[in-house]
Design a protein around this ligand. Structure first.
Ligand code: FAD
Length: 480
């Protein structure tokens, strides 16, 4: 006999939270029992399956979601494999007559989800998708001529004027969870590193999950948002929110962040406005990815296709390991390796260094970030690498080459950040720590530094590299 009240499946993806979750809310509102499921679909993304640091985060985020659901008397079903097959199996097993989810914007996910939606509908299973990740979805915002925004400032103005988000919802009031047994265990998903287990630094620095995301936001609003405009560029200070991995995995929604900022004691400060504009950069990146799905793989400005890159594995390795001899670059790359995160100012410096000093294709940097960042996000990563390269939409002009020494002196004047991540330089005076090769021998020796032994000599001369980069750009600038 047919179930008079068949369950609804809520397919969790990058929305690992209970509050302000439109798919979950809508499922609860049907009054039917809800089956929450997460499917690890590693086949779909091709080159872009989650990297090592993301998988670590995902494991702990799922553990947190599962525990929150347990407190409500339910289980998070875990599955692995092709999403369509897994959903079909779950429908077959439970008699569910509907599947609800929040939308993704990665090109492969869109394709997959469209196919799943039409296949479910064909078989009489209700399939509904919602916006759980963005303030404004890419098809709802356009220029006056109806085209996608390619420049950030007008995008931001339009978002603020015409797309302020509705109030977030809380957790669903009456969530009736369907008793479901027999899925995989979290360990079966095999998300954690084992041989070796390199996740110690991640563990020390992060607590994935919905509660921790709100804790971090609360702390930021209390202690840092009012000074955000002044301190956001100083990597030696805790001047930013560090919400990026929580936002990527949807443990907190941008809508929740927006309203929490607006309702905070510091809502009227310049810091609050600047902070929301950074949230809008995330939106802008999604907007670009949606309209230009090649963004992660191809130059947005095709004239950059003619660029002649070096393929120097040694230099790439030195960059990855934080052994370039430029302290600010090395500090950033070591912070990334140790914690899965890097300060935004330093991300721009290391990216510019890879592209314009080492002449290595931005895609190699994008790949490394993809594997090592806990906040690795296809839209923000691709848009930001292309921004730095100069090949993107509304990008930094190619001829603006970051000077790694000047940037270091300006944004870490006392060398706090450098000393934290490069202990072998800790005893150098502030004046020379940004460029140890300029120090007198006696100064180096008093600080216990021997260049080429305890710390590398610079692997390139920035002045020469800059000239070479500008000359190469001259060659391509009129192409395409
Ligand atoms: P805050 O300063 O507190 O900003 C708040 C939020 O706004 C962030 O959590 C993030 O969601 C968003 N945001 C801030 N700056 C940007 C930006 N430039 N572009 C898009 N969104 C932004 N961010 C990612 O989330 N994932 C990535 O994979 C990623 N790759 C990057 C690669 C490069 C080369 C560069 C230069 C930047 C990259 N960024 C990426 C953007 C930015 O560096 C991080 O979002 C930010 O450092 C995260 O720290 P936070 O949460 O403390 O930021």
């Amino acid at each position: 006999m047919a179930d008079p009240n068949p369950p609804v499946i809520v397919w969790f993806r990058q929305d690992l939270r209970l509050a302000d979750n439109p798919a979950l809310q809508a499922a609860a509102a049907t009054g039917a029992p809800v089956i929450p499921v997460y499917i690890l679909d590693d086949d779909a993304p091709g080159d872009w399956r989650p990297g090592g640091a993301s998988r670590w985060w995902l494991h702990h985020s799922l553990a947190s979601l599962a525990s929150d659901l347990q407190q409500l008397g339910g289980e998070l079903a875990l599955m692995k494999g092709e999403a369509q097959e897994q959903l079909d199996a779950l429908i077959e097993q439970t008699g569910a007559d509907a599947v609800f989810w929040n939308r993704l914007y990665e090109p492969w996910a869109r394709k997959r989800d469209e196919a799943i939606k039409s296949s479910l509908k064909d078989r009489g299973v209700r399939a509904r998708s919602f916006n759980g990740s963005l303030i404004v979805e890419p098809w709802d915002i356009a220029t006056k001529t109806g085209n996608p925004y390619k420049v950030f400032t007008p995008f931001w103005k339009s978002l603020k004027a015409d797309h302020t988000p509705a109030e977030p919802t809380g957790r669903p009031d009456a969530l009736q969870l369907h008793a479901h047994e027999g899925g995989l265990s979290l360990d079966d998903l095999d998300l954690l590193p084992t041989k070796p287990d390199w996740s110690g630094g991640l563990q020390e620095n992060w607590t994935p999950g919905e509660a921790a995301a709100h804790g971090r936001l609360g702390q930021f609003l209390k202690a840092a948002v009012s000074d955000y405009s002044d301190r956001r560029n100083l990597p030696g200070q805790s001047g930013t929110s560090r919400l990026s991995p929580h936002l990527h995995f949807g443990e907190i929604s941008p809508r929740q962040v927006w309203h929490a900022v607006k309702q905070s004691d510091h809502a009227r400060t310049g810091g609050a406005d600047t902070y929301l504009s950074e949230i809008a950069w995330r939106e802008f990146s999604y907007n670009l990815l949606y309209h230009f799905p090649d963004l992660p793989e191809a130059n947005f400005q095709s004239k950059f296709d003619a660029f002649e890159w070096d393929e120097c594995e040694d230099k790439l390795k030195a960059w990855q390991k934080g052994q370039t001899g430029y302290p600010i670059v090395d500090a950033g790359m070591r912070e990334l390796w140790a914690t899965g995160w890097m300060h935004n100012r330093v991300r721009m410096i290391v990216a510019s260094f890879l592209i314009k000093d080492l002449f290595i294709h931005w895609r190699r940097g994008e790949d490394w970030f993809w594997d090592t960042l806990v906040d690795a996000d296809l839209a923000s990563n691709a848009a930001s690498w292309q921004w730095t390269a100069g090949s993107g939409a509304d990008a930094a002009p190619y001829f603006r080459v970051f000077n790694p020494v000047g940037q270091s002196e300006k944004f870490d004047p006392k060398g706090d950040y450098l000393r934290k991540w490069i202990p072998e330089l800790a005893d150098l005076p502030d004046k020379v720590i940004h460029a140890p090769w300029t120090a007198e021998k006696s100064v180096l020796s008093r600080a216990g530094v021997t260049l080429g032994e305890t710390y590398p000599e610079p692997i390139v001369d920035h002045g020469e590299a800059r000239k070479r980069a500008l000359a190469a750009f001259e060659k391509i600038k009129d192409a395409g």
